[in-house]
Design a protein around this ligand. Structure first.
Ligand code: MCN
Ligand code: CUN
Length: 784
């Protein structure tokens, strides 16, 4: 322990950044105020699909406080009417020919203040001719359906991609010999990340230096800079992206949104900084959504409960532009980890992506690149199989879980799982839950007409993208840089490429350096979120910070330690091979009292001490980390619910979560990540839904309509810990930032379906609102 009680490395410590957050002293993009700053507002389409006949901006331009009104024609003059997406599609920055989803950006007003900018939107006159709307992905490929993306050359339909993984022939073969096959349509509905802070930018283009500074809410400052450079034609070294404190991202802050480019153009036109900050409805209705996977799953097994194979067909609704963010070769993200935690012989999945007249985006919201969808599907199928076989779902899982001796394990769709002990995790969860007693309680209650349910979910994730040879985003390989500077007095500055949105990197990354060098985390300052001050890297999403950037920090610190060894050998006048390391100090082997601490060595490295040949002064080091594989965190969750059959109301009474993310750097932060993710899971299972009517009107434009869980819906979480280090990560750590969001919805839904077993309900889709549960009990379709 250091003087103030923080550990000298891994362990529980309070978050360093909370000192400013709990005092309300964080700095978010909307807190940035520059001299002469103007304000932008976006005019959005009221219709989901329409031809634009004309746009008249004269009245808006005449507004006394308006400085500029930008439409697609101004952008076109600069070659900016369309921009590339992260998935090699193009997206309209401002609509010119047509609008393709409700809320699409049509014009951008720049004015002296925020209110004037908003007022002026009402003065813009747009004439629309409505077109037929494709609001249902299920009809998007019908021959009679209108082609949404007629801007794309030769586009004849609404298909974006067809993609498959696994072996179709061998999967069909195991299905042919199976005793039991269970098939079910399962929808993972469209949800929204809904971060507390909405998206925004302050764009400041300096016409003299020809330099752009962009303060923006981004999870990936360096990737944004590269993208801005290629889109805007400004040389990359003259763009600085600063991402100050970010109030939640959950994937929502991965993309570059059209209004960001409009703000930059606004600054170029006016010669003044331009701020644009989204309001809540804009965030919900137009920024990156998540899921919207229409899945058909089939699971095959023997009559005694050995799972043989999985066959999956998905229709993926990507909205009007394909803006999903995932590595290039994976149009459906990492969905093909759909075999989950089970040892089965064969699997095949096919995914077709389609356009609809809905907001673009996708993947976002703690999904680990579509593993949320995959995990939910397989866990639902396993429960339905248990029902079919009349077996206990825990027993069926136990029978089929991968065994510790099978790792590293290559799954039928090609992932190499690094490590795990799945049966032990489920055992621990069952023991914590008191599984036998819960089943007894359930049986007794059923007798009395009370409906209690117990749901299990055993999930496996793949996080930490990714190996450069397999993974890139828009051609940018997924390695992350890191620089570690040691001052003469022994304190340190760590510069990292990833960007916290609330995950506590300023604390855990300091702990990584502290762990490697034996100094206090309080002596390590973590710098992030400013491309002028940090090395290149792809940013924070897919729980990749610890697996990739955390590894870079560890390796850089280990390099410092090795250099310190050489300096210590000069100080002690012994050969480096005679030195041993213990926390914070090199000492002479066999003479432990003779040694030098890192602090002493840092001073010497900056002094006039004669250093051995080839040893430069100072102790600074850097690293670019290219992960050899992803890390595979996993867990076993058990949820207990009570369902009121009269109202359909669900109460989540207990939630037991056993997680294994390898070495835990800061268990308190890890538990916080799990708590948040479990709440996410309850939200998606019970209430979150981004719905649309048949005209493509978004029905989730406010928190009155798009429901989020609160502490009222959440039980006291009961957490269990397993630690199976990742064999290829320098610290043995795996990511944890999305595990609970990925794993928990299935546990909640499985619990509710288990409660409804006496009503012969096999499956109902999320969100299981009281109305949905009631309809399921009554055997009626839910009227949406
Ligand atoms: N950690 C640890 N030991 C481990 C693994 C992680 O102590 N074995 C710590 C990390 O050092 C970090 C935190 O836990 O402080 C999360 O780490 P990691 O799993 O590497 O995930 P990232 O930092 O890359 O965060 C991304 C992840 C994603 S993709 C979403 S979505 C999500 C999530 O984090 N968004 C969040 N958690 C969030 N939490 C907050 N508060 N806000 C968001 O927007
Ligand atoms: Cu999928 S949401 Mo997180 O990867 O930023």
């Amino acid at each position: 322990m250091s003087a103030n009680g923080s550990p000298m490395g891994f362990g529980r410590m309070r978050r360093k950044e909370d000192a400013r957050f709990v005092r309300g002293r964080g700095t978010y993009v909307d807190d940035v105020r520059l001299p002469g700053m103007l304000h932008g507002a976006v005019l959005r389409s009221p219709l989901a699909h329409a031809r634009i006949e004309s746009i008249d901006t004269t009245a808006a331009e005449a507004h006394p406080k308006v400085q500029a009104v930008i439409t697609a024609s101004e952008l076109a003059e600069r070659g900016l009417a369309w921009m590339p997406t992260l998935s090699y599609d193009t997206q309209a920055v401002l609509a010119s020919d047509k609008v393709r989803f409700q809320g699409q950006e049509v014009a951008f007003v720049v004015a002296e203040d925020h209110y004037a900018a908003r007022d002026a939107l009402a003065l813009i006159d747009v004439e629309y001719s409505p077109l037929p709307v494709v609001a249902d992905a299920g009809t998007s490929l019908d021959e009679s359906t209108v082609v949404i993306r007629d801007d794309l050359k030769d586009k004849q339909d609404n298909r974006i991609f067809d993609w498959e993984a696994g072996d179709k022939a061998s999967t069909d073969a195991v299905f042919a010999k199976a005793d039991v096959v269970v098939a079910q349509d399962v929808l993972y509905p469209r949800v929204h990340p809904a971060p507390l802070e909405t998206c925004g930018i302050v764009a400041d283009f300096d016409p003299i230096a020809e330099k752009l500074t962009a303060w923006s809410t981004t999870q990936a400052p360096h990737a944004h800079r590269t993208l801005l450079a290629s889109v805007l034609g400004i040389p990359e070294h003259r763009i600085r992206v600063i991402s100050p404190d970010v109030g939640g991202g959950f994937g929502n802050k991965v993309p570059i949104y059209p209004a960001y480019l409009c703000a930059v153009v606004g600054s170029m036109i006016t010669g003044r900084p331009v701020k644009w900050a989204e309001d809540r409805s804009e965030n919900l209705m137009t920024s990156a959504f998540a899921r919207d996977y229409h899945m058909r799953g089939e699971i095959a097994a023997t009559s005694d409960g050995k799972i043989l194979g999985l066959r999956v067909r998905v229709l993926a609704d990507h909205g009007a532009f394909n803006c999903t963010a995932q590595p290039t070769d994976y149009p459906a993200g990492f969905f093909h980890i759909v075999t989950g935690s089970y040892d089965l012989q064969a699997a095949h999945c096919e995914v077709t992506g389609v356009y609809t007249n809905k907001a673009p985006g996708g993947v976002a919201y703690a999904c680990s690149f579509r593993i949320a969808e995959a995990s939910y599907l397989v866990e639902r199928l396993v429960d339905m199989l248990a029902l079919e076989l009349d077996t206990d779902p825990a027993e069926l899982r136990m029978r089929n879980l991968l065994r510790p001796g099978q790792f590293p394990y290559v799954c039928p769709t090609g992932w190499e799982y690094d490590s795990g002990n799945y049966p032990a995790a489920l055992e621990l969860a069952m023991k914590t839950a008191g599984y036998e007693a819960l089943r007894a309680e359930q049986a007794a209650k059923r007798e009395r007409g009370e409906y209690m349910g117990i749901g299990i979910s055993c999930f496996t994730e793949a996080v930490g993208a990714g190996p450069r040879k397999h993974m890139d985003i828009l051609g940018l390989g997924m390695a992350d840089g890191c620089e570690l500077r040691i001052h003469p007095t022994g304190s340190a500055v760590l510069r990292i490429s990833v960007q916290s949105q609330g995950q506590g990197h300023e604390t855990t990354f300091a702990q990584i350096v502290a762990h490697e060098l034996g100094i206090s985390p309080d002596e390590v300052e973590v710098v992030h979120g400013d491309t002028d001050q940090t090395p290149f890297g792809l940013g924070t999403y897919g729980s990749r910070s610890t697996p990739v950037s955390g590894a870079a920090a560890a390796v850089a610190a280990q390099r410092v330690r090795e250099r310190a060894k050489l300096v210590a050998s000069a100080m002690l006048e012994v050969s480096p091979s005679d030195l041993d390391w213990e926390r914070g100090r090199w000492f002479v082997r066999g003479a432990p009292t003779i040694g030098r601490t890192i602090t002493e060595i840092a001073a010497a490295a900056h002094s006039s001490l004669e250093l051995p040949d080839g040893v430069e002064g100072h102790l600074d080091a850097s690293c670019v980390y290219n992960p050899p594989n992803l890390t595979f965190p996993y867990g076993a969750y058990i949820c207990v619910v009570d369902v009121d059959p009269g109202t359909g109301q669900v109460k989540v009474r207990r939630f037991i979560a056993v997680d294994d993310c390898g070495t835990r750097i800061n268990p308190t932060i890890v538990e916080g990540q799990i708590h948040g993710g479990l709440a996410d899971g309850i939200g998606m299972a019970l209430m979150e839904l981004m719905a649309f009517d048949s005209d493509g009107n978004c029905l989730g434009g406010s928190f009155m309509d798009y429901l989020l869980p609160t502490s009222v819906e959440c039980p006291p979480w009961e957490l269990g810990e397993m630690v199976t280090p990742s064999p290829h990560h320098p610290l043995g750590a795996k990511g944890i930032g999305e595990s609970a969001t990925v794993g928990s919805p299935a546990a909640v839904v499985n619990a509710i379906m288990d409660a409804l077993k006496p009503f012969d309900v096999r499956h109902a889709d999320m969100p299981l609102t009281p109305a949905a549960v009631w309809c399921a009990i009554q055997g009626r379709p839910l009227r949406s």
